[in-house]
Design a protein around this ligand. Sequence first.
Ligand SMILES: Nc1ncnc2c1ncn2[C@@H]1O[C@H](COP(=O)(O)OP(=O)(O)OP(=O)(O)O)[C@@H](O)[C@H]1O
Ligand SMILES: [Mg+2]
Length: 286
Amino acid sequence: MIKFENLRFQYSGSSEFALDGINLEIHDGEFIGVIGASGAGKSTLTYAINGTVPHHFKGDFYGAVNVNGLDTVDNYPEDIAAEAGSVFQDIDAQMTATIVEDEILFGLENFGCPREETEDRINEALSALKIEKLRNRNIGTLSGGQKQKTAIAAMIALRPKILVLDEPTGELDPQSSREIFELLKSLNKKYGMTIIIVEQKIMLQCEFADKLLVMDKGKAVHFDTVKNVLKHSEELENMGINCPRIVTLARKLEENGIYSGEYPADLDSAEKMVRQILAETGGKQL
Ligand SMILES: Nc1ncnc2c1ncn2[C@@H]1O[C@H](COP(=O)(O)OP(=O)(O)OP(=O)(O)O)[C@@H](O)[C@H]1O
Ligand SMILES: [Mg+2]
């Protein structure tokens, strides 16, 4: 479990709190989608989980964060990493090896994976990300998306109990982005891995996450099921978060008295909404 207790953090030299009173509990096995406008504090929240806030990023830190029993002030990021693996927004800063295979291997060695298991884990991670062909490539020559896949492969090879990913599909095409979400969901189901993913791709977040965490100006303004968060679609749009178009459509239909049910979070429920409207109106109002 990850517990934030009235966490406040202000970077040195900054006049505002990047995180401003975060109280949250993230339970084992949850799949959390973090959304929010640029500068809302999403990356800083991930740093507060992996301990780089306050150990690497200096500033004023108040309150407490506890990751699977480890207080992030009393424990170093290296120790917290055994519980919570992170894929950073700045992928280049994350890579330590020159060759793709070594990037995965070094992590396994650092975390004491038995030598006889490493080959299987590397193969499994490369195949999960469909990057077997990149195994011997120099990381410096990879595209942005290939680097992202390598960073994710290196992290999932470690099978952490908690996996925190900060915009891991930013450089990926729509199909690869969906595949990453599918992979994360399968790890979430197979190993009960807790997934915390910061992503702007709202449709994917709505489809795959159990709960959405909405950040705005350093505050966690909503933390609830996707359906419940989408009820605040107008407020989200005012915060600079693009809601799925089907949600905006549902809200407009509601405003016109044509629909009164839940806002659909994915295409299947959008289809149900249309069927419901057709059944109720016989198509007349449309
Ligand atoms: N190293 C730093 N030093 C000073 N201020 C910082 C630093 N990193 C972030 N900030 C500030 O903290 C606030 C939160 O930034 P953060 O990077 O957490 O936002 P974000 O939600 O991840 O944004 P984005 O969507 O652009 O990645 C912003 O006001 C930002 O300018
Ligand atoms: Mg960020």
